[in-house]
Design a protein around this ligand. Structure first.
Ligand SMILES: *Cc1c(COP(=O)(O)O)cnc(C)c1O
Length: 474
């Protein structure tokens, strides 16, 4: 009779006696059982029994998955300022402090300290938001997608006399996908309003909107096409004209601004992104925008505009499902304060990056290059604003470009980028024409040393013997 392969497996006790398994702490016993279970399954399907060392290695892998934080700090050297995949806006020192302060203890989140009774979490942000946007009223919710869903749900609720679903008119060119499969038509359907698309992808006229108005119509919505641009033969009515038509028919004009800019972007040579105040002044009844794009705060969605509409959103049952937590309220308020004090360009990291002078970026790029050796050089390039704001818009910058001097440049640079991502801290750059590009604009000055050390390690790791980069002096 052949030997029973299950008997070759180490016992639970034997595994638990190993130092590398005990490193998993309290989770060790459970992970040992999981690993032995999968070893038995492997044997049952005719595979060879894993060795004790292989099982221990698997346990270490499982332990890492459970115990090590998956969400980590990353150095963004990609040159994309508002990078959705890298967590959008880094926060100001004041915002971080404000968040830590309310996180540490209790707060008057929903408590009126004057009256000693229940208060509202919506009171903390409204005065600052009103001051900055000129809106009659404003609330903040979980993100801009929630803001949209909530506002549209308010309109969906006001059924027409014949109980038909209320309609919201939108230009075909604005029924867009924002990213990650998030589509405006889907959000509208989810809210319960009926989407009425008018015009064509590239051209929509005022009369297209006018013709689509029926007794069921509740609102006209404009969506800022924030992540692409249709160029050439295009036409869209102005917000003023849309507002006039909407109000003549007793309808509301909703404006999904996407980024929700509070400062003029044109001062930095960028295309003019509509500011919230401009949109409201032009006739929008409600604006919706993100807290963590160009605003530069924590993840949030802001609804600002007509008092009765904002109040209806606040009272809607869905508001509870998309409400902000205390730390976000604190961080958002601290961010708004920077604008109120006129210090956003120096205190809000997103704006500090946009406003960074090229000479300053170049000086840092040169310092990086001096530490990185002969493979690195400083080249001209562009930084992107990103994050579904200012499509195609970029700022001049200086980049550190690293490329192989030998053959198979493409494989070399892909491998280098992979090593940088796998390092601690991970560094994300971008690859263009077989070179790795690192943009100082999106790297905080405090991260310079960490970045240079990480790149040096990644370069040293991948150099074959005798091909190490020579160190330039100075
Ligand atoms: C980014 C964006 C959204 C979604 O905002 P989130 O804050 O990511 O939920 C909605 N509309 C537009 C036009 C956007 O650019």
């Amino acid at each position: 009779m052949s030997e029973n392969p299950y008997r070759a497996l180490p016992s639970v006790d034997r595994l638990l006696a190993r130092d590398d398994v005990r490193a998993a702490g309290d989770a060790a016993a459970d992970l040992v059982r999981q690993a032995l279970e999968s070893a038995r399954e492997a044997i049952a399907t005719g595979r060879e029994a894993p060795s004790e060392d292989e099982i221990a290695e698997q346990i270490a892998g499982l332990a890492q998955l459970v115990l090590e934080p998956s969400l980590r700090r990353v150095i963004n050297a990609s040159g994309v300022i508002v990078h959705t995949n890298l967590g959008r806006a880094p926060l100001s020192e004041a915002a971080i402090e404000a968040m830590a302060l309310v996180a540490k203890g209790y707060s008057n989140l929903e408590f009126d300290l004057g009256e000693g009774e229940r208060g509202s979490r919506y009171t903390h942000l409204e005065p600052a938001l009103r001051q900055l946007t000129g809106a009659e009223a404003a609330i903040a919710v979980n993100n801009n997608a929630s803001a949209l869903l909530l506002v549209l749900s308010v309109f969906a609720e006001q059924r027409a006399e014949d109980e038909a679903p209320r309609e919201v008119i939108i230009s075909r060119g604005q029924a867009v996908e924002i990213g990650g499969g998030f589509r405006i038509p889907d959000v509208m359907a989810q809210s319960g309003v009926r989407l009425v698309e008018v015009g064509t992808t590239n051209r929509t006229y005022l009369r297209d909107y006018e013709r689509a108005i029926t007794p069921q119509t509740a609102a006209i919505m404009r969506v800022h096409t924030s992540n692409f641009r249709v160029v050439g033969f295009t036409k869209a009515p102005s917000l003023q004209d849309l507002g006039r038509v909407a109000h003549e028919h007793g309808l509301a004009l909703l404006d999904d601004l996407g980024s929700g800019c509070l400062l003029e972007t044109a001062q930095f040579g960028l295309a003019a992104e509509p500011t919230v105040a401009q949109s409201l002044a032009a006739g929008a009844d409600v604006c919706m925008f993100s807290g963590d794009k160009l605003l530069g705060g924590p993840q949030a969605g802001i609804i600002a505009g007509r008092g009765d509409l904002v109040e209806a959103a606040r009272r809607h049952p869905l508001a509870r499902a998309v409400r902000l937590d205390k730390t976000t309220i604190a961080g958002l308020h601290a961010t708004l304060l920077h604008y109120l004090r006129g210090e956003a360009l120096t205190e809000v990291p997103v704006w500090r990056m946009i406003a960074a002078p090229v000479a300053e970026i170049e000086a840092r790029a040169k310092r990086w290059r001096r530490s990185l050796g002969s493979r690195a050089k400083v080249v001209e390039g562009r930084s992107m604003v990103g994050g579904g704001s200012l499509p195609e818009e970029s700022l001049p910058t200086k980049l550190v470009s690293i490329a192989s001097k030998g053959a198979s440049k493409g494989a070399w640079v892909t491998d280098l980028a992979r090593r940088l991502r796998a390092g601690e801290p991970p560094v994300v750059g971008r690859i263009e024409s077989d070179a790795l590009l690192l943009d100082p604009r999106t790297v905080a000055a405090a991260e310079d040393d960490g970045l240079v050390a990480a790149v040096k390690r990644a370069l040293a790791l991948r150099e074959p013997q005798g091909e190490r980069p020579s160190r330039a002096s100075g």
